[in-house]
Ligand binder design. Structure first.
Ligand SMILES: [Zn+2]
Length: 119
């Protein structure tokens, strides 16, 4: 989860250095935080409520690569133990897709938990 705020001067999307599971976790520094726009240099206070979360592409790619490795491993094991046809496709296809879907659902829940709650 990466946290962003839009510059009020030039509308540039600013990637913040914050790491927080929820908006309330950002409150330790107060309801506002000072941010400098790397695009126009504008420095001002932003409400914590203006910060929004988006999914990290690293998490998505890591999940995708891990599920691909699991799919290839399961398919190899299915062939090794002479499980052809539906069993091989089932093992190599359904389980990784299930894992990928669960991880994505958890990520989306984290995002909506952050973005839907204001402080
Ligand atoms: Zn700006």
């Amino acid at each position: 989860m990466i946290l962003f705020v839009n510059c009020q001067n030039c509308k540039h999307t600013i990637k913040t250095a914050f790491h927080a599971p929820g908006r309330k976790s950002l409150l330790s520094g107060g309801k506002e935080t000072e941010i400098t726009c790397p695009n126009c240099g504008d420095h001002r206070s932003y409400s914590i409520n203006n910060i929004y979360a988006e999914e990290s592409p690293v998490v998505f790619l890591t999940t995708f690569l891990i599920t691909m490795v699991i799919a290839i491993t399961l398919y190899s094991l299915a062939l090794k133990y002479d499980l052809h046809g539906l069993y091989a496709v089932g093992a190599a296809g359904v389980i990784p897709v299930l894992i990928f879907s669960i991880v994505n659902a958890v990520q989306k829940r984290k995002l909506s938990k952050f973005n839907d709650v204001e402080v």
